[in-house]
Design a protein around this ligand. Structure first.
Ligand code: FEO
Length: 387
């Protein structure tokens, strides 16, 4: 396995995780990559490493260019182990190298790896010259750990953006003009919805800083690099970070005997009769992480659960907990569901939607099995909700 040349003396030396299907609870049907970058200059620099089981792959790629013991700097943009998993091995091979990290990064690396490496702690405005090139550091705390930073090379106009702008894609292609753009953007949205969404306010600040930099290449730590569609992904990030939605509705539900599903379909008909596109996501058939990209787009979020044992069903509870943790804002929402006697689930779902900070519409409840006239009434209720 060889390094992939990006520019003269700049190489991708990461690892491709072909079999990754679950990234701490987030389904990754296309696998992923952990991107590390090697820059050969008067001082030799490695930016980030890879997950522990791909360290040998990274080393083989580095060795196709230089002996790893010649590495002078290891810039660690992020402590999380998918990017720092190879740092111990690199520091064994290059014991005189300096690890460059934010203050929280240094602390995190010491606490994770318990090694007394030589550290250089950097902050906003600091730069590091390695010869013909230099690096400037932009802290991006809580996108999505306290230690995160991005590294900018002004001479090359490359932003090494770590998790930001990444996507979980395993592929032999490395650039955004080598794969269909819709697939890359779909995975970028999936990534944003499941990893970054909680930190929208921090992304807004980071976009403000990064937006002032001339950038020819964004080199993230997952997936493909952006060189031909930089404005597309920056515009998307701006939309997502500012909670700009599409005029569409998302209906997420589970059902026991089909009544809540019938209600979901009547709600869909209500939206569609007003020209609003609807995405229907049954929790029997969709993983919660696969629904988050739809949450990003949805202006209306409707969540349905029947009542079972005086509660919402566990799939709906799981979805609501997952979504709430990711903190989408500026949505309009309501709960719905059928019930037999208590009907507690609907108020519970409504309460969780309130806890999400959404604007609420009246919940829709129905006892037992709705007939056509009941479904027509539900549809009319939804129509009355749409301004
Ligand atoms: Fe790709 Fe936060 O690690």
């Amino acid at each position: 396995m060889d390094a992939v040349k990006i520019r003269d003396d700049i190489y991708w030396v990461g690892g491709i995780d072909w079999n990754l299907r679950n990234f701490h609870g987030y389904l990754t049907p296309r696998g992923s990559s952990y991107n590390a970058y090697l820059i050969i200059d008067e001082k030799i620099t490695l930016i980030d490493t890879v997950k522990y089981y791909l360290v040998d792959e990274m080393l083989e790629r580095i060795k196709s260019v230089i002996d790893p013991e010649k590495i002078d700097y290891v810039i660690s943009n992020h402590v999380e182990m998918d990017h720092s998993g190879g740092i111990s091995k690199i520091m064994e091979l290059a014991p005189n190298a300096t690890v460059v990290a934010s203050a929280a990064g240094e602390k995190g690396l010491r606490e994770h790896y318990r090694k007394d490496w030589k550290f250089s702690v950097v902050k906003a405005g600091d730069s590091l010259s390695i010869g013909k090139r230099s690096f400037a550091f932009v802290p991006t705390p809580m996108i999505h750990w306290p230690d995160n930073m991005v590294t900018y090379c002004p001479e090359e106009k490359i932003l090494f953006s770590n998790d930001s702008f990444g996507q979980h894609i395993a592929s032999p292609e490395r650039f955004d003009d080598e794969l269909p753009l819709d697939i890359i953007l779909e995975e970028a949205q999936n990534y944003y919805g499941n990893i970054v969404l909680s930190y929208n306010s921090q992304v807004q600040k980071a976009l403000d800083v990064v937006g002032k930099l001339p950038i020819d290449l964004i080199a993230p730590s997952h997936g493909i690099m952006w060189r031909s569609h930089i404005s597309d992904i920056v515009n998307k990030y701006t939309r997502w970070a500012f909670n700009k939605t599409e005029t569409c509705a998302l209906i997420v539900y589970d059902t026991m005997w089909g009544s809540t599903q019938k209600m979901a379909e009547a709600i869909r008909d209500g939206f569609e009769s007003k020209g609003i596109k609807v995405r229907m996501k049954s929790l029997l058939h969709n993983h919660v992480s696969a629904i988050m990209p739809d949450v990003i787009d949805a202006k209306y979020v409707c969540v349905g659960s029947p009542t079972m044992n005086s509660n919402m069903v566990h799939t709906v509870a799981g979805f609501l907990a997952y979504m709430r943790a990711l903190s989408p804002k500026n949505r309009t929402a309501f709960a719905f569901g059928s019930y037999g006697w208590g009907g507690q689930s609907i108020d519970q779902v409504q309460n969780e939607l309130k806890n999400c900070g959404f604007d609420l519409l009246e919940p829709i409840k129905f006892k037992y099995i709705p007939e056509k006239k009941d479904l027509d009434a539900i549809k009319e209720t939804v129509i009355s909700y749409i301004k």
